[in-house]
Design a protein around this ligand. Structure first.
Ligand code: COA
Length: 260
């Protein structure tokens, strides 16, 4: 696929996807969602890529939401379809990806932009970021999983206040809320993500994949997280990574995981 609205840079063991529509504050139109779907799937299948970082181009925005100009005239049926397809093709895809995904929030993360960050496995923010779910100010609600993932992360009361007031919070408040794990200057944002990616890359990709699956299961109504954890834990004992990790510890050397 020829990417028009995103670009990908690969460095060492990680890839950075940059959403590149700065004149529209990187708003997520359908084309961008399709491109992200393809990019995430391809990178997830690449054994050399151990971590994916997603960010926005320019100094102003991560993503300022779904592209309002695209859905302003949608019918009920089209609205349902927009949410259902977006959830399936991008937001659920990212959450359940076996490769860890870090959101590097470099400015406005609003509506679908915050929902995109929420679908990532964790979030790092620059000091100038502003986050919120302003959908009710447009007469709609978050449709890309925001009503579910925001309360999971920051609690129901805080999430409902943010949703009902349609207000934005700054990076420091997002940190206090547990919405982002780190707040650093804009210049330090990607270097910190690279440092975290490097740390993650030193560990077993197979074990990380199972950890993501077990943690996610705890938030699914049709799954028993504890049972998924037991299965995933047991599965690890049959992997080469487990043999290497335990041998390296006992032999007092650094593990070199084969990744299987
Ligand atoms: N969808 C489509 N276009 C968007 C957009 C979105 N979600 N967010 C920003 N843009 C566009 C603007 O229309 C403008 O385009 P134009 O120059 O062709 O008119 C451009 O991006 C720059 O935005 P602008 O509003 O001029 O920047 P600002 O600094 O004055 O304000 C925001 C920044 C983020 C406060 C403002 O753009 C905004 O409120 N965006 C919508 C946020 C939102 O409601 N998101 C949820 C959608 S469900």
């Amino acid at each position: 696929m020829n990417y028009e609205n995103i670009y990908i840079e690969e460095e060492k063991s990680w890839a950075t996807i940059t959403i590149d529509r700065p004149s529209k504050l990187n708003a997520l139109n359908q084309r961008t969602i399709e491109e992200l779907n393809v990019a995430f799937k391809e990178l997830d299948e690449d054994p050399d890529i151990k971590v994916i970082i997603i960010t926005g181009s320019g100094e102003k925005a991560f993503v300022a939401g779904a592209d309002i100009s695209e859905f302003a005239h949608f019918s009920v049926k089209e609205g349902r379809q927009l949410a259902a397809m977006g959830q399936k093709n991008l937001f659920n895809l990212i959450e359940n990806l076996t490769t860890p995904v870090i959101a590097a929030i470099n400015g406005f993360a609003l509506g679908g932009g915050l929902e995109l960050a929420l679908a990532c496995h964790f979030r790092v923010s620059s000091t100038n970021a502003k986050m919120g779910l302003p959908e009710v100010s447009l007469g709609v609600i978050p449709g890309y999983g925001g009503t579910q993932r925001l309360p999971q992360l920051i609690g129901k009361g805080r999430a409902l206040e943010l949703i009902m007031t349609a207000s934005m919070i700054d990076a420091d408040k997002a940190f206090v809320y547990g919405l982002v794990n780190h707040v650093v200057s804009p210049e330090e944002l990607l270097p910190l993500c690279h440092k975290l990616a490097n740390r993650i890359s030193n560990n077993s990709t197979v074990a990380i994949k199972h950890a993501i699956k077990a943690v996610n299961a705890g938030f699914k109504y049709d799954a028993d997280g504890y049972a998924v954890e037991i299965d995933a834990f047991g599965h690890c004992f049959g992997t080469d990574d487990f043999k290497e990790g335990t041998s390296a510890f006992l032999e007092k050397r650094k593990a070199d995981f084969p990744g299987s």
